[in-house]
Design a protein around this ligand. Structure first.
Ligand SMILES: [Ca+2]
Ligand SMILES: [Ca+2]
Ligand SMILES: [Ca+2]
Ligand SMILES: [Ca+2]
Length: 246
C-alpha cells in the first residue's frame, strides 16, 4: 500500500513536467545582417537573442537598418561624398556600373549632406601596379567598411576623418590625387596604405600597402611601388579621386 502511494506521487510529478518544459524555450529570435565571408555580402538571418552578441563580435554582423544596410540587409544607396578609383573606362568620372574599379568611398550614411560622424568608408579593391587593366591587376581589402567617428578636415580638395584608432584621407587638386589610410592615430605611418598619383613633376607616383605595419583595411597583396619622373608628371588612371563637397 505504501509502494502504491509512491507510484501515485511520481505519476503526479511526471504529469506536471511537460508544462514546465514548454515554458523553457530558448527565447525570441532576432533579425541580423550576417557578413558572409565567402560571398562578401551581408545576408539576412534570424538568430536567438542570446547569440546576437557573439555574431556581432565574431562575424562583424550588424542589425538591419544599421551600417548603411536597409531592413533586408541590402546596401542603401547613400550619397557618395568622396571616391578613390581606378578609371578604366577612359571617361572622366567614376562609373560604378561600368569598368571603373572603386578603391574606397566615403558615403553619407546618416544622410545629412556633409561629412560627419556616423558616415562610412566602404572599401573596394586596389591596383597592385601603375597600369591596371583586368581584375587580376587588383588586390582586395579584408575589412569592408569603417564607421567615421571624428572629422578633422572636410573641404572640396581634402578630407581627413578618423575611425577608431585609424585615420583616412582623400585628396584631389591640380598637383595630384591621393588615398591614404593609417593607424594607429598620431603615428606618421604606423601601418599605412597609400595610393598617390602626382600630376605635376614634383614628386613620385606611388602605391604602398601595409607600409611599416598592418594598415586599417588589411590589404591582401603586398605592394611597394614608386615611380620616378616623368611618369609622375601625368594624371594617371590607376588612381583618380573625386570629392563632392562644395
Ligand atoms: Ca570613368
Ligand atoms: Ca553625413
Ligand atoms: Ca602621375
Ligand atoms: Ca589620376
Amino acid at each position: 500500500m505504501r509502494r502504491l502511494a509512491a507510484f501515485v506521487v511520481v505519476g503526479m510529478l511526471l504529469s506536471a513536467l511537460p508544462v514546465q518544459a514548454v515554458a523553457e524555450r530558448p527565447g525570441p529570435r532576432v533579425d541580423v545582417c550576417h557578413w558572409s565571408e565567402d560571398d562578401e555580402v551581408f545576408v539576412h538571418i534570424t538568430v536567438f537573442a542570446s547569440a546576437v552578441a557573439k555574431h556581432i563580435d565574431n562575424h562583424g554582423d550588424v542589425y538591419p537598418g544599421q551600417g548603411g544596410l536597409d531592413d533586408r540587409c541590402a546596401l542603401e544607396e547613400s550619397t557618395v561624398l568622396a571616391v578613390a578609383y581606378s578609371n578604366l573606362d577612359g571617361v572622366d568620372g567614376f562609373d560604378e556600373m561600368g569598368s571603373d574599379v572603386f578603391i574606397s568611398k566615403l558615403v553619407d550614411t546618416n544622410d545629412d549632406g556633409v561629412v560627419s560622424a556616423g558616415d562610412e568608408i566602404l572599401m573596394g579593391r586596389y591596383p597592385t601596379g601603375f597600369n591596371p587593366s583586368s581584375p587580376a591587376d587588383f588586390g582586395g581589402f579584408a575589412v569592408p567598411r569603417h564607421t567615421i567617428d571624428a572629422v578633422r578636415i572636410a573641404g572640396p580638395t581634402y578630407i581627413v576623418v578618423e575611425s577608431g584608432t585609424a585615420e583616412f584621407a582623400f585628396a584631389s587638386n591640380a598637383n595630384g590625387e591621393q588615398y591614404f589610410e593609417n593607424g594607429p592615430l598620431g603615428s606618421v605611418c604606423g601601418g599605412c596604405t597609400e595610393l598617390l598619383d602626382i600630376k605635376a613633376d614634383t614628386n613620385f607616383d606611388r602605391i604602398f600597402t601595409d607600409y611599416f605595419g598592418p594598415s586599417p583595411s588589411q590589404p591582401d597583396s603586398a605592394v611597394l611601388l614608386s615611380r620616378r619622373l616623368p611618369g609622375s608628371g601625368t594624371d594617371d588612371t590607376y588612381l583618380d579621386v573625386d570629392i563632392a563637397i562644395p
